[in-house]
Design a binder for this molecule. Structure first.
Ligand code: GAL
Length: 915
């Protein structure tokens, strides 16, 4: 098991390099094709705010926000959309809507572009505008993450970072004279949000939703033979999200040049309608656009190669697909479909029992005897089946879903996508034993799905957090009527070839749970769109309120339940509440839908602050957070005994018990794998959430080991809490809890046994709730089936004396994106970690590297992320280091603190990854 995971890990690094080397130049594969795909990462200028006195650049009129929704309970009932009255202001919506046309199926519903060129007179879009005073930026770029944090006001929900207001990006594009006659597209993997694009002063189009990829056709506005001026305006609304959305061109942006006859945007679809160990049928649909003014004959032929663990093609093609031929009229498109069979296919499946094997289809399109396009479509061959009684089967093997929900931010790096940072998150999750990720609640960066494909993680790709009804005053509901179809199709077309995706999520706790047949009709419409784009995967909608007899759950393939399996607000204190209160619902849904599988799309929403233990400790296995019981509003921290949850949630232990009692449930997605920016329930003065199994800096909380004990039950491990440094608690009851993959353990305090305890059925931790604290050593010996299994010990620490610094990777590539995550620990003079140390750590760097950000995982820490000076939190701090692009050499990172012996870490910055 271990070795297959390691295997996948080395593949990650190769992906990373491969992604980066395309920067600014065409890759080898591109050169072999008439298509060029150029990464536009450098050369951008950035400016916040519109030019003085200019109005009329907004996408649409927005409702006034009378009251912020920040801090509103996550499971509050969404409201009906507010009606907006326009006073005849100019808005750009009519010019932007046509960008959606390729993703609207019914031509009658296509948007015609009105005459005129709004915004064409704005200085920022002019070629001769002098932008040298603007900031030089490299993409991906999140302009809000640097802060400062907003200390006052109702901004906790969105992470206390100002993400709202207009912002501009400008860049020149070199379009040579030889590009005359080619199509030129701008492909944006994600822009937060309400993007509008001008080229050479001409309004091209745009896209409101910040989480999707989209394409605008620059061709009509391009002037070949020199520099063309691109200008992009973004306009994030305030009160647009229940979490930190990020801001800016926060994912990759590409320039694509193609022959007029070319494969359409996201124009390939691979399905494998029949799969066995002996043979697989591979069917490929290729959509070809003829943008020229002449009819032409086209042919498509495809070679299929195996991909190795590094994502590189193995030498000989293993199959060919002759894709047929067609006559394309001028300005028309057509989809060619063809199939082949492949003997002894190497199947894609989740480790440790399966391997994430992949293939790539290389499709060559010819027209008039000339190769006009070549595209590569990586894919995997596998079967998935959701069974109402037994859950998920991948390639015939039952796989219990051990999943986590994650938002898109990367902690201190914000929303700016970074492959290495995302890979690190997934590795931390995988080491815990997670085998699945739910993309809460929006499509991720495309590279993240590359990672899940390669690592063999199962994915729920999810498109919306709201439909027509609103959760916050200016969220996606504002554009849902016009954009649900293009946005849903965009996700499906972009992502449908990823083997890791096993479910399409069409909504999360949408207000339409409350609107009976009306809401169900929307679900039906979304489900139908999914079927058209991808007939192979089931749909799911995550519900926290719907009941089995309501019309909504009927409309989707798989039942998605948030928190309802364990029951919501069942404690007596919630008697008479107007909030959601429901007994456990698995059996009721199973009885009402005997043919539908159930997935717990959100479980737990347990809360804790890493390393903070509050007393007294509840004797329950799950309880809401209250001041004096799990919470302390004064310090805004939640106890890491891992027994407390949001009011509608449950501890991990309680979730495990309910899953074990209902084995027909396919599995769970914990809310959340990582802490995220925003939604700091229950303390909205904080900046980041308390719900992660891992904190914002990437440091595991105690809960991590509770999941590991269950999800990797064959790996010997034992974890003990709390820490054992409690000056002032001598003689006081200090409960000790143990998480182990064994079934029994004995606890010793200073060598004296506190008893040997065994897990009873439906118990997942061992607890000694009456231990009296005395300094010294606690030791735990865990057993499995009566035999020693794992052991651990912890000693009382003295005063902080020194710093230890360790890098996750000591060699990094100087490509401007690779990162080293350096963890600092405060130690006493005997080298014991000081668990409550909060010393200030000053980071300095020498050599060709820079400190991108620092953090400590403390939801209350208001030092801006770029600060080089960071207080340790529960003994730990983090520095994220990047090599200066193009500069190899030795980087020295120092960590110093008052009265502490400092530490240094040497990093080797290399021009290229060493094999
Ligand atoms: C759920 C919601 C999540 C998050 C979570 C916090 O109700 O779907 O997005 O808000 O609660 O506990």
């Amino acid at each position: 098991m271990r070795s297959s995971w390691r295997h996948a890990r080395s593949a990650m690094h190769a992906l990373f390099v491969a992604t980066l080397l395309v920067s600014g130049v065409a890759s080898a594969a591109d050169r072999a094709s008439p298509r060029e795909r150029i990464l536009l990462d450098t050369g951008w200028r950035f400016h916040k705010g519109d030019p003085a006195g200019i109005t009329g650049l907004d996408y649409d009129v927005r409702p006034d926000v009378a009251q912020s929704a920040d801090g509103k309970d996550a499971d509050a009932r969404p409201d009906a959309a507010a009606k907006v009255q326009s006073n005849g202001e100019r808005v750009l919506k009519p010019w932007i809507l046509p960008t959606a046309n390729p993703l609207i199926r019914d031509p009658a519903k296509h948007h015609a572009r009105p005459a005129g060129n709004p915004g064409g007179d704005v200085p920022f879009v002019q070629r001769d505008f002098d932008d040298r005073a603007w900031t030089n930026v490299t993409l991906p770029h999140d302009w809000a993450i640097a802060g400062p944090f907003l200390k006052d006001g109702p901004y906790g929900g969105m992470g206390r970072l100002q993400t709202w207001g207009p912002a501009w990006y400008r860049r020149t594009l070199d379009i040579s004279a030889s590009d005359t006659g080619r199509r030129v597209f701008l492909d944006v993997d994600g822009a937060m949000s309400y993007a509008t694009v001008w080229l050479n002063g001409q309004l091209v189009g745009g896209w409101p939703y910040g989480y999707n990829g989209w394409r605008v056709d620059l061709t009509p506005y391009v002037v070949p033979g020199g520099e063309n001026q691109l200008a992009i305006r973004l306009d994030n609304p305030p009160d647009s999200a229940r979490w930190y959305p990020g801001a800016g061109l926060y994912r990759n942006v590409w320039l694509v040049k193609a022959d007029p006859v070319h494969v359409a945007h996201w124009g390939t679809r691979v399905t494998t309608p029949q799969v066995s160990n002996d043979v697989a049928t591979i069917t490929l649909d290729v959509s070809i656009d003829n943008d020229s003014t002449r009819a032409t004959d086209v042919t498509a032929s495809t070679e299929v190669f195996e991909l190795d663990a590094n994502g590189a093609k193995r030498s000989a093609a293993v199959a060919r697909i002759e894709g047929g031929r067609a006559r394309l009229a001028a300005k028309s498109g057509r989809t060619l479909t063809a199939s082949t069979t492949l003997k002894n296919p190497r199947l894609w499946g989740p480790p440790p029992t399966q391997q994430p094997n992949r293939y790539v289809a290389v499709t060559t399109v010819s027209s008039g005897g000339r190769v006009v396009d070549r595209v590569e479509t990586p894919f995997g061959i596998r079967t998935i089946r959701f069974d109402a009684n037994e859950g998920l089967f991948v390639n015939g093997e039952r796989i219990a879903i051990h999943g986590v929900n994650n938002h898109h931010d990367l902690g201190a790096l914000g929303a700016a996508f970074n492959v290495r940072a995302a890979e690190r998150q997934l590795q931390i999750m995988r080491d815990m034993g997670a085998n699945a990720i739910r993309m809460a609640h929006n499509p991720p960066a495309p590279e993240l799905l590359e990672l899940t494909d390669r690592m063999g993680l199962l994915v729920v790709d999810e498109v919306f957090d709201s439909w027509e009804r609103r959760k916050t005053p200016l969220d996606f509901h504002l554009v849902f009527p016009e954009w649900h179809e293009p946005d849903l199709r965009a996700m499906l077309r972009r992502d449908r070839n990823h083997p890791s995706i096993v479910l399409w999520g069409v909504g999360n706790e949408v207000g339409e749970q409350y609107t009976g047949d009306e809401g169900a009709a929307i679900a039906r419409k979304l489900h139908a769109i999914v079927r058209e784009e991808d007939p192979t995967r089931p749909t799911i909608n995550a519900m926290n309120w719907a009941k089995p007899d309501m019309p909504l759950p009927r409309e989707l393939d798989v039942i998605g339940l948030n928190y309802q399996g364990e029951g919501i607000r069942q404690e007596p204190e919630f008697e008479g509440t107007e909030r959601i209160r429901t007994p456990p619902q698995y059996d009721a849904f199973h009885a009402a839908f005997p043919d539908k599988a159930i997935v717990s799309t959100e479980t737990a929403s347990a809360l804790s602050s890493r390393g903070v233990y509050l007393f007294p400790v509840t004797s329950k296995t799950s309880a809401p957070v209250r001041d004096g019981s799990g919470g302390d509003a004064r310090i805004r921290q939640v106890s890491a005994y891992e027994l407390h949850a949001v009011d509608f949630g449950s501890s991990a232990d309680k979730v495990f018990a309910s899953l074990d009692r209902h084995p027909f449930v396919a599995g769970e997605f914990v809310w959340t794998g990582f802490d995220y920016l925003g939604e700091p329930t229950p303390y909205y003065d904080s900046r980041s959430s308390y719900s992660g199994i891992v904190d914002l800096a990437g440091f595991p909380k105690d809960r991590y080991y509770l999941y590991q004990a269950r999800w990797r039950s064959d790996v010997p491990m034992v974890h003990v809490l709390p820490h054992w440094t409690w000056p002032g608690r001598e003689g006081k009851v200090t409960p000790v809890h143990v998480f182990t993959s064994g079934d029994e353990a004995e606890l010793f305090v200073n060598g004296v046994s506190q008893g040997r305890r065994k897990k009873a059925p439906f118990e997942y931790r061992l607890r000694w709730d009456d231990v009296v604290y005395q300094p010294g050593e606690i030791r735990v010996q865990a057993f499995k089936n009566g035999a020693p299994w794992a052991s651990t010990s912890m000693r009382t620490a003295g005063a902080p004396a020194s710093i230890e610094a360790k890098a996750d990777r000591s060699a990094i590539v100087s490509n401007g994106r690779d990162l080293s995550f350096v963890t600092v620990r405060v130690l006493d003079r005997n080298g014991i970690a000081v668990p409550n140390a909060d010393n200030r750590i000053r980071f300095t760097i020498e050599g060709p590297g820079e400190i991108v950000a620092t953090d400590n995982g403390d939801p209350t820490d208001m030092d801006a992320f770029p600060s080089h000076d960071r207080r340790a939190f529960s003994g730990l701090a983090l520095a994220i280091v990047r090599a200066i692009p193009g500069k190899a050499g030795t980087i020295t990172l120092r960590a110093d603190g008052d009265n502490l012996k400092g530490a240094r870490v040497i990093l080797d910055s290399r021009a290229q990854e060493q094999p």
